[in-house]
Write a protein that binds this ligand. Structure first.
Ligand SMILES: *Cc1c(COP(=O)(O)O)cnc(C)c1O
Length: 231
């Protein structure tokens, strides 16, 4: 199936074509390479091929990779995209650049309190449950505006609310894939209008549905399998 470098190029080509089809600038979508379950040497290969942003799901696994790749630390961004319990926030506040999975105020408050002085603010997204009962993670759509307002009010030198993230239920074809992505975009627009915020990040789209997500306005796609192989 080729090397990590060639698969990265294929994924970038998919993003470019999806941007062109949607009339969007190809630089308006950031590629997050999801390296969960793959080891530090695999991440190093992706880095050697030019990739700079990596997504991880499990805190302990990520911390050991961040340590193993300490020589690259200044060049890469580490994004936590997996569920975060409030008793696990401290190492995340200390080691990551972004957290996409904030779904409770308590988690954001702890990240803000625990972000070490001297580091740039931790960049946050709220994970929204756009698939209703099918998913247990994420804030309910109806509760997202109030949570966004509360998180945006935390100290800005510690945490910066950037936008929304979703993991929609898988759907086999493009039209069905678009609906939850569209719902997330409309929610972001409503929150910005209602709360007077300028959130700029829509973290949505994975290996199987990134075209639908780009079509609906994704600014960051999280791609694992199509880069590193199946898990
Ligand atoms: C694993 C994972 C991805 C990547 O999924 P692929 O289908 O492998 O591209 C993206 N986002 C989250 C939150 C994940 O857990």
């Amino acid at each position: 199936m080729g090397s990590i470098g060639s698969r990265l190029q294929e994924v970038k080509g998919r993003i470019e074509r999806a941007c062109r089809a949607a009339g969007r600038d190809e630089n308006s979508v950031t590629l997050l390479a999801v390296s969960k379950t793959f080891d530090a040497p695999a991440v190093r290969q992706a880095h050697a091929a030019g990739q700079r942003r990596f997504g991880e799901n499990y805190v302990q696994e990520a911390l050991s990779k961040i340590t193993a790749l300490a020589d690259l630390r200044a060049q890469v961004e580490w994004h936590l995209i997996g569920p975060l319990q409030s008793n696990k926030t401290r190492p995340v506040a200390e080691a990551f650049d972004w957290v996409h999975s904030v779904d409770r105020l308590k988690v954001a408050e702890r990240l803000a309190a625990q972000r070490p002085p001297g580091l740039p603010p931790l960049q946050l997204c709220l994970q929204v449950n756009v698939s209703g009962e099918a998913s247990k993670n994420g804030v309910a759509v109806g509760d997202a505006p109030a949570l966004a307002a509360a998180v945006a009010a935390l100290p800005r030198e510690k945490v910066r609310l950037r936008g929304l993230m979703a993991i929609p239920e898988p759907a086999p074809e493009r039209e069905a894939q678009r609906a939850p992505h569209r719902a997330l975009r409309e929610l972001l627009q409503a929150i910005n209008a209602q709360q007077g915020l300028a959130l700029d990040t829509l973290s949505m789209g994975m290996s199987a549905d990134l075209e639908a997500a780009v079509q609906e306005g994704a600014t960051l796609v999280r791609v694992g399998t199509a880069i590193f192989g199946s898990r």
